[in-house]
Write a protein that binds this ligand. Structure first.
Ligand code: CA
Length: 263
C-alpha cells in the first residue's frame, strides 16, 4: 500500500495530503455490526503528528474496516473537518501549532462529531480539560488498540449508536463485549483482560492468521517492546481454558502465528 504522511509544518498552508484506506469486508457469518453508523464502518479523522501513533491507529482502524484520514496538525484538522464529514475524530492534545484542546473547542463549535482525545499526561486536570473542551472521552498514552475500541464503543453507545453488536457469537462460543464475559457450551469462561482481547480479535476476524507480532501490537499496545514469546504464553493459557473439547478451535500456524477455526 502506498503511504504518504502529511507534513507537520503548521506554517505550510498548501493542501495537506490525506491518507485514506479501507479493509476488506469483515468476513463470514459472524455477528454483523448494528446501529446507525451506516454499516458499522466509520470514517475516522486521526489528528496526530507522531508517525508511529498515526500508523498504529491507521493500521488498526483499517483492519477493523474503517476508513481513515490523517491530519498532522490542528490547522489541517479544522480544514478537513469543514470539507468532509467524519464519524469520529481521534485527536492528540500535543500538536504543532494549534494545540489539540483548542482544535477540540473549535470542532465543537460547528459539529457534534464524537471526539476521543489522546493525552500523554496522566494528570487528572488534563483529562478534565479535554472533557471540558467538548471531547466525548480520552485515552492516556500509551494505550492498546483494544482500549481504543472499547472507548469507541462506549462513546458511540452513549450517542445511541453502535460500533458493532454487543455479543460476538460463533458456534458454542460467545463474547459479551459490554459485560466482558465469555461463555463456551453454556459455561462461563474465566478470562483475563488479555485473553479476552485476544479472543475478541480472533472472533472479529475468523480464518485470519495473526502473526505473533500483530497480536503483540494489537492487544498489548503500540509501544510494547516485549518478546513475542509472551503471546505464546497467553495463547497457551487461553487454549487451556477453552479446553480439550474445543482443542481445534485455535490453530497454531507453525512459524507464523495463530488462527481461529470453525470446528
Ligand atoms: Ca502529538
Amino acid at each position: 500500500m502506498e503511504r504518504q504522511l502529511p507534513r507537520s509544518s503548521p506554517a505550510d498552508d498548501r493542501p495537506v495530503p490525506t491518507v485514506t484506506g479501507s479493509a476488506e469486508s469483515i468476513a463470514g457469518s459472524w455477528s454483523a455490526a448494528a446501529g446507525s453508523v451506516s454499516d458499522g464502518r466509520m470514517h475516522c479523522l486521526i489528528v496526530e503528528d507522531e508517525e508511529t501513533i498515526v500508523e498504529f491507529l491507521r493500521t488498526g482502524l483499517t483492519y477493523e474496516g474503517h476508513r481513515t484520514t490523517v491530519a498532522a496538525d490542528g490547522e489541517a484538522a479544522l480544514r478537513l473537518a469543514q470539507e468532509q464529514t467524519f464519524d469520529l475524530v481521534i485527536l492528540d492534545v500535543m500538536l504543532p501549532g494549534i494545540d489539540g484542546l483548542t482544535v477540540c473547542r473549535r470542532l465543537r463549535g460547528s459539529s457534534d462529531v464524537p471526539i476521543i482525545v489522546l493525552t500523554a499526561r496522566k494528570e487528572v486536570a488534563d483529562r478534565v480539560a479535554g472533557l471540558d473542551a467538548g471531547a466525548d472521552d480520552y485515552l492516556t498514552k500509551p494505550f492498546s488498540f483494544a482500549e481504543l475500541l472499547a472507548r469507541m464503543r462506549a462513546v458511540l453507545r452513549r450517542r445511541g449508536q453502535a460500533l458493532e453488536a454487543d455479543v460476538l457469537t460463533r458456534g458454542d462460543l460467545s463474547l459479551d463485549l459490554e459485560r466482558h464475559t465469555a461463555r463456551l457450551d453454556g459455561r462461563p469462561l474465566d478470562l483475563t483482560p488479555i485473553e479476552f482481547a485476544l479472543l475478541a480479535l480472533f472472533m472479529r476476524h475468523p480464518h485470519r492468521v495473526f502473526t505473533r507480532e500483530t497480536l503483540l501490537h494489537r492487544v498489548w499496545g503500540e509501544d510494547h517492546s516485549g518478546a513475542v514469546k509472551v503471546v505464546d504464553v497467553h495463547m497457551s493459557r487461553l487454549r487451556q481454558k477453552i479446553g480439550e473439547d474445543h482443542r481445534g478451535m485455535i490453530r497454531t500456524i507453525y512459524g507464523i502465528g495463530y488462527e481461529l477455526r470453525e470446528e
